[in-house]
Design a protein around this ligand. Structure first.
Ligand code: CA
Length: 329
């Protein structure tokens, strides 16, 4: 395969604190020989594991970038054993635009793996992570939140994996992150995800959903910062004890997702974190073309608690309306 067109402007394997960019050539109308400049920080000190920490895989999710720009500014090399690679805004064009996908090619980075060195800008970013960054990592943390269209109870998550030893190490890392909720996560469609790419390499891969609505909250940013530090302590890269906080385990059994089957105005009937029985109405979708029409009920098919909901007031057919999580303690 062709080499990646991405050039790091700093060494990725030296001791000390290095701030720089992943420079990705991008020729365009306003810059004939221009580049996308993705900020990266590498903090290395001697032998030890490598952690790869990323935010803004989706560009409209802010807890990750807020935690990681801060960590990159404050992490000292003499406190590290091993190496920490920080990319606070992975899909940088999307992050700059405040959108989930890239304004350059509409690429959804988390559906673009393994990527391609001769593909779109988004595919080139994916390819660099796939072939240059993931193989050297021992533990990977990729921050997500709901973005502009979803909102979540704050949780850290790992996937149920075929390799039970890898799964056990993943869930131990999720527990160490110490979000209020810890999720054994199921994906609607895992093809092309960064998660899947890392897991297929045998990595411990931890992700989050810490809030949403295209913004962040004080509480969720605190959870993100504590979680990143906890994960580095858990990995043995930072000294000190994990800062424990109560967490409750959830899983996402079959039937956890509900989708809208028509357009309309959504009325949330249950707030995030509230318990629901099977059959309970979690949301109603109001037709808006005329008065006198009944709303369509969206019912929970399983008991549990509301862990995610559609965020904007208007909903389209096919949108994910709600996700029910089941206590797994
Ligand atoms: Ca996301």
């Amino acid at each position: 395969m062709k080499p990646s067109p991405v050039s790091p402007t700093i060494p990725l394997d030296r001791d000390g604190v290095h701030h720089g960019h992943l420079r990705l050539p991008y020729s365009r109308d306003d810059s004939a020989w221009g580049s996308v400049m993705i900020p990266i920080c590498v903090v290395g000190n001697g032998r030890g594991p490598t952690a790869l920490l990323t935010g803004a895989n989706h560009g409209d999710e802010y807890e990750g970038p807020l935690a990681l720009f801060d960590l990159a500014r404050t992490l000292r090399a003499d406190t590290v054993s091993g190496r920490v690679i920080i990319v606070p805004a992975m899909n940088y064009p999307a992050f700059r635009a405040g959108t989930r996908t890239s304004p350059i090619d509409r690429g959804n980075l988390n559906r673009s793996f393994p990527g391609a060195p001769d593909g779109t800008v988004t595919q080139k970013i994916a390819d660099f992570f796939q072939r240059e960054l993931l193989p050297g990592a021992d533990i990977v943390l990729d921050f997500h939140s709901g973005g502009r269209t979803l909102d979540f109870v704050p949780f850290c998550a790992g996937h149920i994996l075929a390799d039970k030893d890898q799964e056990r190490r993943t869930f131990a890392a999720v527990e160490a992150f110490a979000a209020p909720w810890s999720m054994k996560m199921t994906e609607i469609d895992a093809v092309g995800m960064y998660d899947t790419a890392a897991e297929e390499m045998g990595k411990v891969f931890v992700t989050t959903e810490l809030g949403g609505g295209g913004t962040s909250r004080a509480e969720t940013v605190r959870i993100a910062r504590r979680g990143a530090a906890n994960l580095l302590k858990h990995a043995g890269i930072l000294a000190g004890e994990v800062e424990k906080a109560p967490t409750r385990w959830l899983d996402m059994p079959d039937g956890c997702f509900s989708f809208a089957d028509e357009d309309g105005m959504i009325e949330t009937m249950v707030d995030l974190g509230e318990a629901v029985e099977a059959g309970a109405i979690v949301a109603r979708i109001w037709p808006t073309g005329a008065t006198g029409r009944a709303p369509r009920d969206i019912r929970a098919t399983i008991p549990g608690l509301l862990v995610a909901r559609h965020f904007p007031g208007l909903v389209q057919a096919g949108d994910c309306v709600s996700v029910i999580g089941c206590p797994a303690d």
